[in-house]
Unconditional design. Structure first.
Length: 319
């Protein structure tokens, strides 16, 4: 995974690298999931940016994944999981904070009487909203605004009130095609990094690449046939689950009990298919098996395979 070692072309779009099409540092596992070590320089800058916006983001920003990130990653301990503004089942609007839901500022303006009534979560917020309304809607100048806001009789200070009733709903619907496509990206890039440029000529690699290109270009809806192709090539499970557990326990015993943050391995199944197993943040929701090729023997000799671990301290082990 050296900056100087890369294919002569972008492994996503196929453009040859040049002075205008440059290789870039692409995180095989999205950087948003805390990955700093597993990278490749075989993707051009444009594909890198587009994959991040249109493929990786669907995985990293899915609500259940954001919950996992908040628990597992120190950098995401303050991550906003829910929408910043939500409406409850009674139609009341709230701002969602890490401390809980706060009533959203409720403003009533009588321009004829030059009267403004504001209900806000705090006196400071009420004054902020009032200052904006007085300037933009009632055309008050700075001196007039400050005179109005300096009069304590105009304000009633109360404690911040959090929602005690009402039901909030957050969409957690999962598009499995887009979710799995993000895993396919991880497996495809890792396969090229470990197996070399020759893997890009594999028949199945061409299929994976075609779907990644469509995802990179912003495709968000897949037909039933397209979904079938994606699902045939990616399962939400770890094919080597029992082996993975034993390996994780073994490495934990060698590293003073450190947890394994990420693990990717390439091996063969009983039918000599080449597969890639992915486990992210040690959770089953982020465990995948991706079909890479129907001919494992073309890439693996004997019982040989490839495996990469990243521990919680970000140290990388590869065999």
């Amino acid at each position: 995974m050296s900056k100087t070692r890369h294919t002569p072309f972008c492994i996503i779009c196929g453009e040859n690298f040049s002075s205008t099409v440059k290789p870039s540092k692409e995180h095989i596992i999205p950087e948003a999931l805390g990955n700093e070590k597993l990278v490749t320089y075989c993707v051009c800058e444009k594909c890198n940016n587009d994959l991040g916006s249109n493929v990786d983001s669907y995985l990293t920003d899915y609500i259940l994944v954001k919950m996992i990130r908040k628990v597992k990653l120190e950098k995401d301990k303050d991550l906003q999981i829910f929408d910043s503004t939500m409406t409850d089942d009674k139609g009341d609007k709230y701002r969602i904070t890490n401390q809980g839901p706060e009533i959203y500022p409720n403003v009533n303006i009588d321009e004829e009487k030059q009267h403004v009534n504001i209900e806000a979560a705090s006196l400071e917020e009420g004054k902020r909203v009032a200052r904006s309304i007085l300037k933009r809607r009632l055309n008050k100048n700075k001196e007039e605004i400050e005179e109005i806001l300096s009069d304590p009789s105009r304000f009633i200070k109360g404690e911040t009130q959090y929602a005690k009733v009402g039901v909030f709903k957050q969409d957690a619907k999962l598009d499995f095609a887009r979710f799995k496509l993000a895993a396919i990206k991880i497996a495809y890039e890792y396969a090229v990094e470990r197996l070399g440029e020759s893997y890009t000529t594999d028949e199945n690699a061409a299929i994976l690449r075609a779907y990644l290109k469509s995802g990179r270009e912003g495709k968000k809806e897949f037909t039933e046939d397209e979904y079938k192709v994606i699902s045939e090539r990616c399962r939400c499970e770890d094919h080597f689950d029992e082996v993975t557990k034993k390996t994780v326990d073994w490495y934990r015993s060698l590293t003073d009990g450190q947890e394994i943050k990420y693990m990717i391995c390439i091996g063969r199944d009983v039918s000599d298919n080449l597969i890639c197993c992915i486990r992210i943040l040690d959770t089953k929701l982020l465990a995948f098996t991706v079909f890479l090729s129907a001919n494992a023997s073309n890439y693996l000799s004997g019982g040989k395979g490839y495996i990469s671990f990243v521990l919680n301290d970000n140290s990388l082990f590869e065999v």
